[in-house]
Design a protein around this ligand. Structure first.
Ligand code: FEO
Length: 170
C-alpha cells in the first residue's frame, strides 16, 4: 500500500523518466539528421532504456495497489550546437535525475516506506552507471574534439550499442 505522498512522487518520477526518453530521442533525431549515425543509435538505445526505467516504476505503483497517472511531457530541447554540447546536456540531465531519485529515497525514509526505499535502490545504483556512461563519452569528446577522424571513430564505437532490459536488470 502506497501513501499518497509517495504515490504522487513516484508518478512524477515516471514523468521524468518519460521526459528523459523524449530528450534522448530529440538528441537522436538531430544526430541522425547531422549524419552521426552512431550517436543516433546510442541515443535510440538510451531512449529505450528510459522507457524501461519509467515502466519499472509504473509496474511498481500497480503492484503496490497505487494508481498510475500520466502527466504532460515537457517539450525537449531540440537544437544542440555540437555532439559535445549534446552530451554535456545529457550529463546535466542525468545529474538532475540522480537528485530526483535521492529526493525520492529521502521521502520513502521519512514516510517509513521500506518497500519503496528498497525498490529505489536499483535506481540509485543505475544512476551511478548512467552518469558514468555519459561522462566517459564526454571525456572522449574532450580529448578528441568533436570533429575529424577521432569523431568518426567515436561515432563508429557508439554504433555498437544496443539496449536489452535483461542486461540492464543486472
Ligand atoms: Fe532514467 Fe537516465 O535515468
Amino acid at each position: 500500500m502506497l501513501k499518497e505522498k509517495v504515490e504522487k512522487a513516484l508518478n512524477e518520477q515516471v514523468n521524468k523518466e518519460l521526459f528523459s526518453a523524449y530528450i534522448y530521442q530529440a538528441m537522436g533525431a538531430q544526430a541522425a539528421h547531422d549524419g552521426f549515425d552512431g550517436i543516433a543509435n546510442w541515443m535510440d538505445a538510451q531512449a529505450q532504456e528510459e522507457m524501461f526505467h519509467a515502466r519499472k516504476i509504473y509496474d511498481y505503483i500497480n503492484e503496490q495497489g497505487g494508481r498510475v497517472t500520466l502527466q504532460t511531457i515537457e517539450e525537449p530541447p531540440s537544437e544542440f550546437e555540437s555532439p559535445k554540447a549534446m552530451f554535456e546536456k545529457a550529463l546535466e540531465h542525468e545529474q538532475f535525475i540522480t537528485e530526483s531519485i535521492n529526493d525520492l529515497v529521502d521521502l520513502a525514509k521519512e514516510e517509513n516506506d521500506h518497500a519503496t526505499e528498497i525498490f529505489l535502490q536499483w535506481y540509485v545504483t543505475e544512476q551511478v552507471e548512467e552518469e558514468d556512461n555519459v561522462g566517459s563519452i564526454l571525456d572522449k569528446l574532450e580529448l578528441i574534439g568533436d570533429k575529424g577522424r577521432g569523431m568518426y571513430m567515436l561515432d563508429k564505437e557508439l554504433a555498437e550499442r544496443s539496449f536489452t532490459s535483461e542486461e540492464d536488470e543486472e
